[in-house]
Write a protein that binds this ligand. Sequence first.
Ligand SMILES: NC(=O)c1ccc[n+]([C@@H]2O[C@H](COP(=O)([O-])OP(=O)(O)OC[C@H]3O[C@@H](n4cnc5c(N)ncnc54)[C@H](O)[C@@H]3O)[C@@H](O)[C@H]2O)c1
Length: 432
Amino acid sequence: MKLCMIGTGYVGLVSGVCFSDLGNDVICVDKDLSKIENLKNGIIPIYEPGLDELLIKNYKNNRLKFSTNLKDSISKSDIIFICVGTPTKKNGNNADLSQVFNVAKEISKSIKKFKVIITKSTVPVTTGDEIEKIISKKVSKKFFSVVSNPEFLREGDAIRDFIYPDRVVIGTDSSKANRVLKSLYLPIIKKTSRYFKTSRRGAELIKYASNAFLATKISFINEIANLCEKTGIDVKDISFGMGSDQRIGDRFLRAGPAYGGSCFPKDTRALIDIGKKFNTNLSIVKSVILSNDNRRLLSIKKVIQIVNNNFNNKIITFLGVTFKPNTDDMREASSISMIKYLNKKKCKIRYYDPSGEKVEFKNLKNVTYYEDVRNACLNSDLIILHTEWNEFKSLNFKKLVKKRNFKIYDMRNLYSPDKMRKSNIKYFGIGR
Ligand SMILES: NC(=O)c1ccc[n+]([C@@H]2O[C@H](COP(=O)([O-])OP(=O)(O)OC[C@H]3O[C@@H](n4cnc5c(N)ncnc54)[C@H](O)[C@@H]3O)[C@@H](O)[C@H]2O)c1
């Protein structure tokens, strides 16, 4: 099949590469010229394990192409995926749909034969209706069908999630579009048999409801962790005890920092706005957002407490700054508010992240990127384990830090408090 992915970010690039690997002809389009030039040279703009090999293989096989020419790419394709960003609007909760609507206008100029147009971007309920209206201003409805096919991949596990999805959700009332999509996804759904067809609005809401529910699980266990700290209980036992119940499940039930990333914060906010638009009070989601905002402040308060509010000449090292491991994505990572706060204090901040240096901290005085764990930790007063990259899971801190009385704030509960105590290391976890 001939596919066009509009927007070559985390979602568009991963889906485009995976669809090409399944034997389709895919053109990945982006308006960012340098991104496309780099991709043509095998330089990948994101950190996603396994993506480079798959991309280079399919690019060499000529099944995968990169372009900045939207018009040409649309006219050469039968199935068009909209994968552009839907960030939160400035000064509001609602999703900024300008990128989606701009693309819809462009598509409407280039339809000469039947095309299935799919929103893979996360878009509020009724956005499909709006896209249909925009395109039908220029093109008869006979020549296109607008479908919702939300993406559930997780950064860091994106390829596995794409090839072995828990479900493929297709929102359409058109049997023709459904047939096209079923055969496109056939190699994937054969393995999982989880193709779920629903209404277009239904598919749009499934995505927001799923993300809001996962955010709720994280915030829930984070609040229980606060209670554990006051009652001398280890929250890891609670996660295990609760998560072993199959009705609850153990995923997204580990206490840690505030949730971040490009999806949960913006999607929970957008869901509140959707509720408002349809006169529905989503009070649980509102509480989750509030709880998560409080958690960002709580992490900072904890650091103040750990250093006894004495930052003078302290060296504080962050191990990991991304919002989760195996990604370079810094959007809404809790490390940002922590480092920005600490930077105003009289201390020196170092950080090391396997995905490299971050623009977010480049202009901050006294915040330095280190290229390895060893140098980052040497002589530190406080190590903050912020992101659970594998390489941080079995470190010998005494050998690395080589300083008396250093402390560890393990925001992912990677280490055993008992072992730390036995090694005479002042150790602070979350909810334990
Ligand atoms: N990142 C994730 O893990 C994830 C997972 C599921 C769903 N989503 C959703 O998918 C959508 C895309 O997310 P992302 O993280 O891939 O975004 P991103 O910001 O990484 O990529 C979006 C890309 O679209 C391009 N673009 C914007 N307007 C364009 C235009 N007119 N023509 C061509 N290209 C254009 C941008 O240059 C950018 O490269 C969002 O709605 C997001 O909520 C993201």
